[in-house]
Design a protein around this ligand. Structure first.
Ligand code: SF4
Length: 314
């Protein structure tokens, strides 16, 4: 059992019979047991860094302080953060104690906008909450970004109301078969849609910004357009619009095969014509607010955690 991290009793209990995400493993992570995400109750943080690759309204020129956790509860085969997200790998854990983790976060925050992002936090929710509580107790109140694959439990999201300022979920699939083949999660469409529905309940569709045009509060849904998957993209955009056509959407074109893929359609980049079709689907669905990427983003937005070019994108 990790006694270094100031978990509340409820948080420790949630790790004792882990059902933090829809996988519902029931693993006792406090006793070193692991479920699908292969994480115990240790300080599962891979990197804390200044990050300038989010949507402009989130970080502006100074960027934000992002906390990248190890492993992931989804395991998309094309993951662009695979150096730290693969559950079978063992990335370095550079912050040996909770105090060192907090010190590093404070150091990076001092060089960034006063915004703290947690990347793929679902399976490390108790640690995320302990970090926020500790910073608050020291008088630090950065804006909190919850940057998730959206394979989240609604009950866990309800507990974040008032704690998270900006929800930044993906909506990857509305096609169950695609979700099963690419992310081992056939129920992803239903679970993710419920999760985003809860985020919308908390934040609505308004993006509230401060005097410097930095986002203070809101919901932005991201969708990565995959090659030859335009039907899925159309269904995703319609599903978001079904919650509210006023939700801001970030339509991403940056897909690039990170390594040889087991499916031909993933062994190429997105073409200009397919991205143009995705843009048309965006407007046809009734959506009208958000961001679209240049196709050049395929070159400059793919992070490399080994070379340290992780400051460019999720
Ligand atoms: S967080 Fe990990 S151990 Fe817990 S239910 Fe999800 S995959 Fe399983």
């Amino acid at each position: 059992m990790n006694t270094d991290i100031p978990y509340t009793d409820e948080e420790r209990e949630s790790l004792r019979n882990c059902r933090l995400c829809p996988r519902q493993c029931g693993a006792d992570r406090t006793e070193g047991k692991t479920g699908f995400c292969n994480c115990t109750d240790e300080i599962g943080v891979s990197i804390v860094c200044n990050h300038k690759g989010e949507e402009p309204v989130i970080g502006r020129e100074k960027g934000i302080c992002n906390v990248f956790f190890i492993h992931c509860n989804l395991q998309c085969i094309y993951c662009q953060n695979r150096q730290i997200s693969r559950n079978g790998s063992r990335p370095d854990l550079p912050y040996g104690s909770f105090d060192r983790l907090i010190a590093r976060i404070k150091e990076v925050l001092s060089e960034s906008e006063n915004v703290l992002g947690f990347v793929s936090p679902t399976h490390h929710l108790p640690l995320m909450k302990a970090v926020i509580r500790t910073l608050n107790s020291e008088g630090l109140h950065p804006r909190i970004v919850y940057n998730t694959n959206a394979y989240d439990n609604v009950e866990e999201l309800k507990k974040l109301e008032g704690m998270v300022d900006i929800y930044l979920p993906d909506l990857k699939y509305m096609d169950r078969d695609l979700a099963r083949r690419l992310s081992m999660a056939e129920d992803y469409p239903q679970r993710a849609l419920e999760a985003i529905g809860e985020m919308y309940r908390q934040k609505g569709s308004s993006l509230l910004t401060d005097a410097d045009d930095v986002l203070e509060s809101g919901l932005i849904v991201r969708h990565l357009v995959l090659p030859d998957c335009l039907d899925n993209t159309a269904r995703v955009l319609e599903a978001i619009s079904g919650i509210s056509p006023n939700i801001a959407v970030s339509l991403m074109s940056q897909y690039a095969p990170p390594e040889p893929m087991p499916f031909d359609f993933l062994n190429k980049r997105l073409s200009e014509s397919q991205y143009e079709m995705a843009r048309e689907r965006f407007f046809e669905s009734g959506l009208h607010k958000g961001w679209m990427q240049e196709l050049s983003s395929q070159e400059n937005l793919v992070p490399d955690f080994d070379k340290g070019t992780w400051s460019h994108s999720k």
